[in-house]
Each structure stands twice: as structure tokens, then as C-alpha cells.
Write a protein that binds this ligand. Structure first.
Ligand code: BES
Ligand code: MN
Ligand code: ZN
Length: 484
């Protein structure tokens, strides 16, 4: 849905329109006296006595074209709770006939910082729809006019907007079907982000072959599309300080390859590039808000297809790191793409840390469902920063174990390692142990398994179903709170 937000300098002059007001936890409306007519005031104050005390948002039907909506903000409310109220409010206002809304920010008595900014952020995040392929698109526009002084600063507006744009970009990419967003098209789209000031390098198959990225190439070799590694650089600091690095799995479609998935498990595999979409969305938002940080995004783009030239179970390939891998199951492909991408990132950019994101295992959905991403890390400090950032923006992560004792499960008789654990159990941890082997220089590293988070069948607090963009806000927060 199209949301237009207008900040107005004028004094709020009791418009005969839909009005939204913020009140305290007791629904004290005395501050509204100057903003609404006497008759509306007494109507609201009478009805409010019989309100459902569990409700945080109450709508008063003054007429079919005029509602007064009260949003209750309690004293210790968190930013993410305000965003959730914005999203709830969006669900109410999108159903109303008249879609012009007016807010008098001067009646806000709660001294919550950036209340209006977070509220609008919640509305905008919730309003996203992917309608590109619908003939009947939602035509409705919602106009929100905010009067008065309690509005986000110009700088905060840029920041909120950048995070929304980055999240929406990630959602757009994840929502695209495999026939449209194949690796060739994906590489082109990333390349177009140059216009925001990102430095982009696209490595095609020829270059990857030269570099020796054979675990990545092996996954894509059954596809008629190309395979790519794409790097994005954001230089927000003039100095040579080490960059932060983000690496994403970009499997544009995962059929499983020769180890073909059954139809029921294959139909969702258009979102198997969500890890990479988060990295791309994050880089876009860092550029849009001109973040004072040096950051690198690296994504491996492939399509995992069966075919005459596809990789076979039993194949042995040599990775960019020099380590050899026996491919026992071609459906455990994400780790093969990430392996080369991670080693390359560490060697080329010598980053302060590497965070990788991937829809890596079905097992993480068994463990954590759609509430937490799995976090696997060799570094306690980075882990804590991710956990805290996640709590803050409600994109939560839960730390899961790594332990060298799991290594024997992926040691191979014929090569340095095998790409699946044949004994069974701990599927997400053994995948993470596999990735860890491609960190060669002890760089602090965290792996986020987002298989349960990237796509939501029923919708969540800040999304209306479909691609969630999970991770963009988490990583923005990680950077903002610790590295800017
Ligand atoms: N992309 C899948 C993981 C996945 C499953 C993501 C469900 C989102 C929803 C991954 O490539 C995969 O196929 N993993 C296998 C690994 C197994 C063969 C060791 C899995 O989880 O079954
Ligand atoms: Mn797979
Ligand atoms: Zn996959």
C-alpha cells in the first residue's frame, strides 16, 4: 500500500477528518481539548469510560468519514513496542473508507524519544505488499499528515527511510520468482546499486574458475544460468579502518540438484537467496543513510539444478581455500557457496568480523521455528552484540553450539571433509562447523541460519506475510550501536 507522510509546519486547526492521538496508559485525553471540538471531546470522554482495558488502540466512530483513534503509550514503552503499535494502527486505518489522517504531535505528553518516528516506521514496514505480478493492484493511498514539533529530525527521517528502503529491497528480491530473479538478472540488479555510491564487483564464471572457487561453481554447474560472486563496498569513513563484512547465500532456486527435493519441499525454494538479499538490502540502506562505517557485502549467486552437467553425489571438489570437499548430497549446497565466499572475503578484505546469513538448514526450523534465527559464532563479543541488537529491533537470534567434537561427523574418508553429516542429528550445527572450516585466519565470525525467518506464511508483527526482510534491521542496529 502506498503511504504518504507529510510533516506540516502549520498549527493543527481541528480538521474535520480522521484524527490520531497519542495518550498515556490511562487514556487521559485532557491534552486533546484544544485539538477537537467540544462535542467530540465529550463524546470521546463518555465512551472511554467503558473501554476494553486490554486494548492499546481505540477507534471512536464520530461519523462514517471521521474517526478519532487513540493510541496508548505507557511510560516504559520500547521502540519496538511503538513500532508494533504503528503496525496495529495500520491494520485499522487501511480498512477505513477515508484514508486521510491527521496527527497533532504537540498533544504528545509522553516524553518517549522519537515516538512519532518509530510509530510511522511501524506503519511503513507493515504496509509493504509485493503486487508486481497482480493485475488488480491495491489502488488505495494512505495520507498521514503530522502537525507540530514532536517529529523526527531530518537526520532521523533519513535513517528511518534508509532502513525501510533496505528492508523493502530485500523483500522485493526474496519475493521474485526463480524464473525472473535468476543469477544473471540478480547480478545485474546488484550492479545497478552503483548509483547509490556502492562500489560493485561482479565475478563471473570465468573469473571464479581462475580464482579456484570450485565449491561455489559446482553448485551452479547444472544450471543454464551463470554463477557469480558479487562484492559491494561502502566506504563511509575516510580512514583505512578494517571493514565489517557481511556474506549471503544467494541460491536463486534450490531444486536440491541431483539429490532432488520432493515437490512439497521444493515449492518454497525461491527464497533460498534470502541471506544474500539481506546483505544487498543492508548495503543499500548503509549507502542511503551514509553510514559512518566501512562495510563489505559479498554474495554468491547460483541456481541449484539437476541436468546433464550437474554435480553428482560423490564428486570431490577443491575449494578456494585449498581444502577438498566430497559432495555426498547436492542439496546441502548453501554451505558450498558460502565456503568459497567466506574464505575470499576474509583473504581479500581482512575484515574486523564476518557475519554470514543463509537459509541453510531445515533443521533450524525444527529447533527455533519462526521466532529466532540460529546464531553460531566463534566470538562471544560479536555474539552478544548480535543478541542485543536482535532484542532491540525484534529480529531475535538464539545462540546455538559449535564444538570441535562435531567435526568427526563431517570428516570424509576420501577428501578433507564431506558436505553432509551421515550419522544424523545436529543438522544446523554440523552445517555451521562446516562453514567454520573456511575461516582460515581466526577472524571473528558469526553465522545466522535464517531458514525459519526469511519468509512468513501468515505475517508477523511488522510484515503482512511473505518475504520479511529479516536481518536488515538487525544488522543496521548492530552497526549503529557498536561500530558508528
Ligand atoms: N535451502 C535448504 C534449507 C531450507 C529448508 C531453507 C527449508 C528453508 C526452508 C538447504 O539448501 C537444504 O536443502 N538443506 C538440507 C540439508 C541436508 C541435505 C543436509 C536440509 O535442511 O534438509
Ligand atoms: Mn538445498
Ligand atoms: Zn538451499
Amino acid at each position: 500500500m502506498n503511504i504518504k507522510i507529510n510533516f506540516k509546519k502549520q498549527v493543527f486547526n481541528r480538521p474535520n477528518e480522521n484524527l490520531i492521538f497519542f495518550v498515556d496508559e490511562n487514556f487521559n485525553i485532557s491534552s486533546l481539548k484544544k485539538s477537537i471540538s467540544n462535542s467530540d471531546y465529550s463524546y470521546v470522554s463518555d465512551l472511554i469510560k467503558t473501554r476494553d482495558t486490554k486494548k492499546k488502540i481505540i477507534t471512536f466512530n464520530i461519523s462514517s468519514k471521521k474517526k478519532i483513534i487513540l493510541v496508548s503509550i505507557n511510560k516504559n514503552i520500547t521502540n519496538s513496542e511503538i513500532e508494533n503499535l504503528g503496525a496495529d494502527c495500520y491494520n485499522i486505518i487501511k480498512e477505513l473508507k477515508k484514508s486521510n489522517f491527521f496527527i497533532n504531535s504537540d498533544t504528545i505528553i509522553q516524553n518517549t524519544k522519537n515516538l512519532v518516528g518509530h510509530f510511522l516506521h511501524g506503519i511503513r514496514l507493515k504496509s509493504y505488499l509485493f503486487e508486481k505480478y497482480k493485475s488488480n493492484k491495491t489502488k488505495k493511498n494512505i495520507d498521514i499528515n503530522i502537525f507540530g514539533k514532536n517529529i523526527p529530525t531530518a537526520k532521523d527521517q533519513v535513517k528511518f527511510n534508509a532502513i525501510e528502503e533496505g528492508t523493502f529491497y530485500a523483500r522485493d528480491l526474496v519475493s521474485e520468482p526463480g524464473n525472473v530473479l535468476h543469477p544473471d538478472e540478480y547480478a545485474k540488479r546488484i550492479n545497478s546499486l552503483k548509483k547509490f555510491g556502492l562500489k560493485i564487483n561482479v565475478y563471473d564464471e570465468k573469473k571464479l574458475k581462475k580464482l579456484g572457487m570450485n565449491t561455489l561453481l559446482g553448485v551452479g554447474q547444472g544450471s543454464t544460468r551463470g554463477s557469480y560472486l558479487v562484492t559491494m563496498e561502502w566506504k563511509g569513513l575516510r580512514n583505512k579502518s578494517k571493514p565489517l563484512a557481511f556474506v549471503g547465500k544467494g541460491v536463486c532456486f534450490d531444486t536440491g540438484g541431483i539429490s532432488l527435493k520432493p515437490a512439497k519441499f521444493m515449492e518454497d525454494m525461491t527464497y533460498d537467496m534470502a541471506g544474500s538479499a539481506v546483505v544487498v538490502g543492508l548495503m543499500k540502506s548503509l549507502a542511503l543513510r551514509k553510514a559512518k562505517v566501512n562495510a563489505i557485502g559479498v554474495v554468491g549467486l547460483v541456481e541449484n539444478m539437476p541436468g546433464g552437467n550437474a554435480q553428482r553425489p560423490g564428486d570431490i571438489v577443491k575449494s578456494y581455500s585449498g581444502k577438498t570437499v566430497e559432495i555426498l548430497n547436492t542439496d546441502a549446497e548453501g554451505r558450498l557457496v558460502l565456503a568459497d565466499a567466506i574464505t575470499y572475503t576474509e583473504k581479500k578484505f581482512k575484515p574486523k568480523f564476518i557475519v554470514d546469513l543463509a537459509t541453510l538448514t531445515g533443521a533450524i526450523i525444527v529447533s527455533l521455528g519462526s521466532e529466532y534465527a540460529g546464531l553460531f559464532s566463534n566470538d562471544d563479543k560479536l555474539s552478544k552484540q548480535l543478541i542485543d541488537a536482535g532484542e532491540n529491533v525484534e529480529e531475535k537470534v538464539w545462540r546455538m553450539p559449535l564444538n570441535k567434537n562435531y567435526d568427526k561427523l563431517i570428516d570424509s574418508k576420501n577428501a578433507d571433509m564431506q558436505n553432509i553429516n551421515y550419522v544424523g542429528g545436529a543438522g544446523s550445527t554440523t552445517a555451521a562447523q562446516f562453514l567454520q572450516r573456511f575461516i582460515l585466519n581466526k577472524t571473528p565470525w558469526a553465522h545466522l541460519d535464517i531458514a525459519g525467518m526469511a519468509f512468513s506464511k501468515y505475517g508477523g508483527a511488522l510484515n503482512s506475510g511473505g518475504a520479511t526482510g529479516y536481518g536488515v534491521r538487525l544488522l543496521n542496529k548492530l552497526i549503529e550501536d557498536n561500530y558508528e
